[in-house]
Each structure stands twice: as C-alpha cells, then as structure tokens.
Design a protein around this ligand. Structure first.
Ligand SMILES: [Zn+2]
Length: 151
C-alpha cells in the first residue's frame, strides 16, 4: 500500500474531502482518519484530522440538535374540575363572518370539558384576553398547561 506524503498546504483540502463531501457524510474522527490513512500521510496527521473533525461547524450543529434530551413523560393528575387547564391554538382557518381565523382551545383536564374561543388573530394579547374570559367563567386554575408556543 502506498501513501502519498501530503505537503502542509494540501492537508486541509484532503481532510475536507475525506470529511465534508456529501459522499463522505461528515463521518466521525475514526471514520475520517481511516479514510485518510488509506492513501495519505503526513506527520501528526491523526491529531490534525481529530482537530479538524471536532471543529467542523456542521457536525457541531447537527450534534447539538440530536443531543437535545426529551423531557421525561410524567402523568398529570387533577383532582377537581378546572384545577388544570390545557390550552392550545388551532388555525389559521378561513375567516368567519365575524372576522375570526383562530381558535383557542381550553380543555379542563379533570372533566375534559372543552371551552373554545374564536379569535381574529393569535397574538399574545388576544390569547391572554380569552384566557382571562375563561378564568372569569370557571375560576382560577392551579395550572395552565401549554405547548410553550410563541403565542
Ligand atoms: Zn462535519
């Protein structure tokens, strides 16, 4: 097996091709090292490849996404009506005769009663006004669960 001795100015290019190209698929340190040692050599090549792969911008972004842990699932218990309200927003729908395009859906966790509010928009202020309307009707809940959407 012959290995090509790579001059300094070409090393980065070789590492790029062994790691970044679509066919290389941003492999890990070992995979990229294996690919390089098949044909190339230079002093400290292993270390250079490790540094190159570990500092790859794309790899770090993908890794950050893949490593976001899911919150553990927990059982939610409620003991009486309107103790816990689940809320979500549905839309955007075709505009109604009264100018509404969005729905705020509030569901009582205990009874599964759904309180649905038609809204012209899904802005935070509008949503808050409708949540207050529901609270005036049913009382103050201990908890309001949301999907943490931007509304
Ligand atoms: Zn990469």
């Amino acid at each position: 097996m012959f290995q090509l001795l790579i001059p300094k100015q070409e090393r980065r290019n070789i590492m790029q091709k062994a790691h970044d190209l679509a066919i290389s698929g941003h492999g890990g340190v070992l995979r990229t090292q294996n690919r390089i040692k098949e044909r190339f050599y230079w002093p400290s090549w292993e270390n250079d490849v490790r540094k190159y792969v570990l500092s790859c911008d794309i790899c770090q972004r993908v890794k950050a996404i893949n490593e976001t842990p899911n919150a553990p699932l927990t059982i939610i218990e409620s003991n009486f009506p309107f103790q816990i309200i689940q809320s979500d927003i549905a839309g955007e729908f075709n505009e109604s005769y009264s100018g509404n395009k969005w729905l705020l859906v509030l569901v009582d966790h205990f009874s599964k009663w759904a309180d649905v509010h038609a809204m012209p928009d899904a802005k935070a202020l509008t949503v808050a006004q409708h949540i207050i309307k529901a609270i005036l009707k049913f009382g103050i809940p201990d908890e309001i669960l949301t999907d943490q959407g931007k509304h």
